[in-house]
Write a protein that binds this ligand. Sequence first.
Ligand SMILES: Nc1ncnc2c1ncn2[C@@H]1O[C@H](COP(=O)(O)OP(=O)(O)OP(=O)(O)O)[C@@H](O)[C@H]1O
Ligand SMILES: [Mg+2]
Length: 641
Amino acid sequence: MEHSCPVEMSESVTRFVEMSPLLGNQEYNLTLSWQNVAVKVKRTNVVHDSTRTWLRKFVSWKKAEEVTILDNVSGKVQSGSLVAVMGSSGCGKTSLLAAVSGRIKGTVTGEVLLCGHPVDGALLTRISGFVPQKGIIFETLTAKEHLQFMSWMRLDRGLRSDIRSKWIQDLLLDLNLSGCEDTPISALSGGERKRLSLAVELLIDPPLLFCDEPTTGLDSYNASTVVEKLNHLASRGKAVLCSIHQPTSDILSCFHKMILLSAGRVAFQGTLEHAYTFFSNQGFVCPPSYNPAEFFIQKLSVIPGEEEDSSQRMNQICEAFSTLEQDRSLQLSVPHIQVARNCITGLSRDFQKYVTIRKPYWHTQVYWLTWRSVVDSSHNKCSHIVQIAVFLVTSLMLSLCFMNTEAGTQSWIQDIRGLLYLITSEVFFTSAYSVFNTFPQEIPIFLRESELYSASAYYFSKMITLIPRAVIEPILYLVIIFGVVDFSRGDLNMFFLMAVPVVIVSNSATAYGCMLSAVFESPAMASVAAVPIDLISFIMAGIFYNVRALPASITWMKYLSQFYYSNEALAVVHWQEVDYIMCRNNTNLPCLENGQQVLDEYGFNTENLFRDLVVLAVFYIVLHFIGFLGVWRRSKRKAAY
Ligand SMILES: Nc1ncnc2c1ncn2[C@@H]1O[C@H](COP(=O)(O)OP(=O)(O)OP(=O)(O)O)[C@@H](O)[C@H]1O
Ligand SMILES: [Mg+2]
């Protein structure tokens, strides 16, 4: 294909090469080739079987069948070239990019070769960048903050921070993002977002770049600026493989070669001129006024209503190309995949600069992940303020109900019992349910970035980020209640004594919420699972009856209830300080004369206070550990692109 990209080359190309902190001026002359690559996945389909019973229908009997999404695909891309992967939606473009870049998680057969040598996914992911089709990132961060975070995750941990900052500024300048570096990502235009994704991949200045539909959803101007950048990168010596959806003729001319896919098979590979000739030979002549990309893709797509004809046509084209390729390799009597003549060998040695990039230390990962969450929260102040305000209004309404409680009387016992229980349950449920969305929201981002940091660093940073809220909210809550309700010994000492169990409950409830959020795929499923757990915990709290009187067969259940420990701890803290409670004049009514008697009535024991607090702390650790296992398990299963 004669290269007639309409976009002017900029001076930044040469400057860019000089400024990279990683590679200096080293240039690679690579050929990445792939031979007979096949990808198979297990797809679960609901079986449509009229003989199924209503029970089977109800539980949606599902059957896993193996489907081939890439069928013996071969091809190559070389340094200095920009290659387009095209085809109709679902033909396997993303799968091809993921398979040949070593990023697919699943069964891949066939060979991927770098300079003619087999290369594994681990090395490929280190020396290549992958700009995904869907940008899944923290939308509230600014472009610069996002790059800053990524620079700490992707560049060598020994790199000085002033060099990082300079490199980020240079990248922003080079990708025309300087004007919007402080704009939140959510407010960036489609083109700017794509260029930002590109900037993230260029942080390590990789010699291989994979871009999955970087122009989809963009207007023709933005699409051409993105392709212009890719063309520049290729002209700098990078090998760029890029899937693209219906490019205009101008954009198509920026690509040096194209690979056409049809239902997971290669339908054509070569230059635009060759494509014209090949399709003409098959009887499909592209009219002069037609966009060639659109024409070829149309011939390789299933037309509704003409399924059989379409499938026959697609098959014919794929078979013809396969025969042509076989003839060509026989004529040349060289291996099907050519290797660049001056291509380097000794892969790991030649890519030392990439192989030796040291990941950030675990504590650095935790620091930057926490930093990102804090920055994200700081851009979300409004929603936090509203949440806290709602919580505090609830606490005010609750306190007002107990405003006229008279300390030291018999009715006061019932009021304080109810109030303490309401404090526990309000703090518990608010803390647990406020984090229900945490992982469903963030898991896609975590999966996308799972190569950059460990699951444990991610989870630990989440734990840290959740602590301030789990401490501040219950304390504010208590401040309001102490301001309104007569706790008898409502002094500062009592306030702090009560704050300790309340803060611990709040944190262990957060751990419970995180565990459910991490283990279950969706908040809806987590909520369903939470109902019986909450109910049993609730019943075991000791508010409805004396916990010592529980039947022996279920008495063990109280030890699994966070409510039981928290309720006992709060009750002990409060009632052990109460020496005298007035009895009513009518002596026939039962009378509890002091706090100890109230505790006995509950079935609570003052000596259990320390145990209760320790067990709640153990709940915190164990539930978070289960939550971490949930996140870790999910990171192993799902594809990251
Ligand atoms: N993990 C998977 N499980 C089941 N099917 C899958 C999986 N991954 C991909 N597929 C299927 O494989 C086919 C190719 O998917 P792929 O994402 O590569 O298509 P594509 O050409 O990139 O499509 P688009 O242009 O819409 O992005 C699709 O039919 C898709 O549904
Ligand atoms: Mg795709």
